[in-house]
Write a protein that binds this ligand. Structure first.
Ligand SMILES: [Cu+2]
Length: 176
């Protein structure tokens, strides 16, 4: 009986290898926010210093396993205390203008409610604590398409309606 279960698991594992990726992928990026017009260019840009002051810090971790399970985790310090922020992974790197980061990264592209949600996109909405610290984590069963997820945008409110308060360029990856 034990042998039969084992054989079944093995068959399932072999069947799954068709869509697996060769290597797991890990990236961890740290940044200190500065305004876009700062002399020294940062990978972390703030467009609204009332919410994300210059000097506040961000750390982002991504891990994608060979079965494509992808976890993205976010830590911030020094942001506005007791505030609800919206956060998404966006397609392009941060730039001088908030819009430069482009649209949300989506596993399956689409503009309706079936596609614009935290299952098909990576949302890391969080509420900062009284000290201005925040943390969020999201796990999906799919991997990023290489080169198509390039930043994390912090918005002024949760969900999809908030203005872009800050942006952090991250070399997300995972799928070949
Ligand atoms: Cu966004």
């Amino acid at each position: 009986m034990v042998t039969a279960v084992h054989a079944g698991a093995l068959a399932a594992a072999l069947f799954a290898t068709g869509s697996a990726i060769a290597h797991d992928y890990t990236v961890e990026s740290n940044g200190v926010f500065s305004p876009p017009n700062a002399t020294v260019k940062s990978t972390a840009l703030t467009y609204d210093q009332a919410l994300v002051p210059a000097g506040s810090q961000i750390r982002v971790y991504q891990h994608t396993a060979t079965n494509k399970t992808t976890t993205v985790e976010l830590w911030v310090t020094g942001v506005k205390p007791n505030h609800l922020f919206g956060v998404h992974v966006h397609q392009k790197a941060c730039g001088t203008k908030p819009a430069d980061a482009g649209k949300h990264y989506q596993n399956t592209p689409g503009m309706d409610a079936a596609h614009v949600n935290n299952k098909n996109e990576v949302w890391l909405d969080f509420k900062s604590d009284a000290a201005g610290k925040g943390h969020a984590s999201a796990t999906h069963t799919w991997a990023f398409r290489k080169g198509q997820a390039s930043s994390l945008v912090i918005h002024s409110e949760p969900g999809t309606k908030g203005a872009r308060a800050a942006c952090f360029s991250v070399p997300f990856g995972g799928a070949s």
